[in-house]
Design a protein around this ligand. Structure first.
Ligand SMILES: [Zn+2]
Length: 509
């Protein structure tokens, strides 16, 4: 039993993942994800980059102060100011870690930092020492390690460990490595750095060539003891190593790797769903482990085999990664406790206040629709999560006319504070465009539609329509989600959700 090697799962959904274009999250959303990650059992969560912005700082501090049962990590460049700020955010954590990084590859040294090799080593040592003055759990990352000359990489890693780093990360920052190459790099570090036994070797892979998971597994095989990854593989460009895939690869092929993790795999699907809903980045249907089709057997010959003996075509059971066995149906007479229980199973942790609001919407929906499926519950919750604390602009009433070969017409009343504003427009290429014009004129905001999607939340003609809208305003993106059994209404709610986020930010500024 004890010959199993424990692999540290370092989640960076809230830091590297949040850098995905369009995936930015507010404080409330970050805390919600942090709690879900703790429940999932990640050993370390990188909560953000405190120096990057006031919002990042606040998020790391709040998570450090409130989330327990896991190590909370904050990122810092290798300078005093960054490291001090990171510690300021992290000091309330029961188990804090400071993660210091400095680029080491020739390209970065020459063009970005304009520093010599000796200066880089000195800067790394100074940074790690400063961090060690605050806490004893320090990670050091030589950025772009995979493209760094091997001798120099070993020199920097050795110096960082001697200065007190307890984890040394080997990041493939640009997604350039291939599996065998990655394995060799880790083996080289393990064999050539004399004090390597005093630190855990970590791996951080990007998916530019679609190899992040394969590279991470290869690194583990060569001796890495920590994997940096994100839920659904989100992150810069093509993303990071996907947590659910790498964890299930280690688990399913335990016979080969002989490694285990602390991850509670039954929370994988709920956590994936939560991250997808918060970031608006849908999981593709055929995504391994958490995609909708990941366990769907279509071919007749496979189905036949499955019925006789499921292991003929199945290497994992859907329930082991958290797919619900049945799509439980709720109805008019289901109480708040049943709804709360369902929400939790689906991956959401609602505050009493949020639950109350979702329950109100649920009752309203139950009057229109007899059977309420999981998809409906998710849609209602998403709408709550993406609503803003203050609804600056609220939809009072609307009338929309769409006709073949004619101008659309929109008449809309919005409420802002106490006052109502009504407007009628007869321009635009169709009813949605006309609604944009009306909302722009009433609110005085200029809105560019970057993405608009409508999908049915469940099966059936009476299914709720779930609209998701990404709006650009003054160069920044804002997301809104709306649900209704009427798709036009869902669209207007999504549009106003995004508008309210713009106003929120204007008030905060
Ligand atoms: Zn990265």
């Amino acid at each position: 039993m004890s010959d199993q090697r424990h692999i540290v799962i370092f989640d960076t959904t809230l830091r590297d993942g949040e850098q995905s274009p369009g995936a930015s999250m507010n404080l409330r959303e970050k805390i919600e994800i942090a709690e879900a990650l703790a429940e999932l059992g990640v050993d370390v969560m990188e909560a953000g980059f405190p120096i990057a912005s006031e919002g990042d700082f606040e998020a790391v501090r709040e998570i450090a102060n409130t989330v327990r049962g896991t190590t909370i990590c904050g990122l810092a460049r290798c300078n005093d100011h960054d490291i001090d700020r990171a510690w300021e955010a992290l000091q309330g954590a029961a188990s804090p870690r400071i993660h210091v990084f400095l680029a080491t590859s020739a390209i970065h040294r020459e063009f970005k930092l304009k520093m010599s090799r000796a200066e880089i080593v000195q800067r790394a040592v100074d940074g790690v020492r400063r961090a060690v003055g605050y806490c004893d759990n320090i990670e050091f990352s030589p950025e772009d390690a995979v493209r760094t000359e091997q001798d120099f990489l070993c020199e920097v890693v050795e110096a960082a460990i001697a200065a007190g780093a307890t984890t040394v990360n080997i990041p493939d920052t640009v997604g350039y490595a291939t599996p065998a190459h990655m394995g060799q790099t880790i083996a080289m570090v393990k064999n050539r750095v004399p004090n390597i036994d005093q630190a855990v070797i970590s791996i951080h892979c990007h998916n530019d060539l679609g190899l992040a998971v394969a590279n991470s597994l290869s690194a583990v095989e060569a001796g890495a003891g920590q994997i940096e990854c994100t839920i659904n593989g989100i992150g810069e460009r093509a993303g990071n190593c996907s947590l659910e895939e790498v964890v299930m690869a280690l688990r399913t092929r335990n016979d080969y790797y002989q490694c285990d993790t602390e991850i509670n795999a039954r929370r994988l699907v709920p956590t994936s769903r939560l991250v997808s809903s918060v970031t608006g980045m849908q999981v593709q249907r055929n995504k391994a482990i958490v995609g909708r089709n990941a366990f769907a057997h279509e071919a007749g010959i496979h189905q036949d085999g499955m019925l006789k003996e499921r292991t003929t075509y199945e290497i994992m059971r859907p329930e082991d990664v958290g797919f619900a066995k049945t799509d439980l149906v709720l109805g008019k007479h289901s109480g708040r406790a049943a709804l709360a229980d369902r929400a939790r199973t689906l991956g959401f942790r609602l505050t009493a206040e949020q639950l109350q609001r979702v329950f109100f919407d649920f009752k309203e929906l139950a009057d229109k629709k007899k059977e309420i499926y999981d998809g409906d519950v998710v849609a209602l919750i998403e709408q709550q999560l993406h609503g803003t604390a203050d609804e600056h602009w609220k939809l009072v009433t609307y009338e929309i006319l769409s006709r073949h070969d004619g101008q659309p017409r929109v008449r809309m009343t919005l409420r802002n504070g106490g006052g109502d504003a009504t407007l009628e427009v007869t321009e635009g290429d169709g009813p949605i465009d006309a609604a944009f014009v009306a909302i722009e004129q009433i609110t005085g905001l200029s809105l560019v539609c970057k993405d608009y999607q409508v999908r049915s939340a469940t099966i059936g003609r009476d299914a709720q329509g779930e609209a998701s809208m990404e709006i650009e305003h003054e160069g920044r993106s804002y997301r809104g989600v709306g649900v209704s059994t009427d798709t036009i209404e869902a669209t207007l709610k999504a549009l106003l959700g995004a508008v309210n986020r713009i106003v929120d930010e204007q008030h905060a500024a």
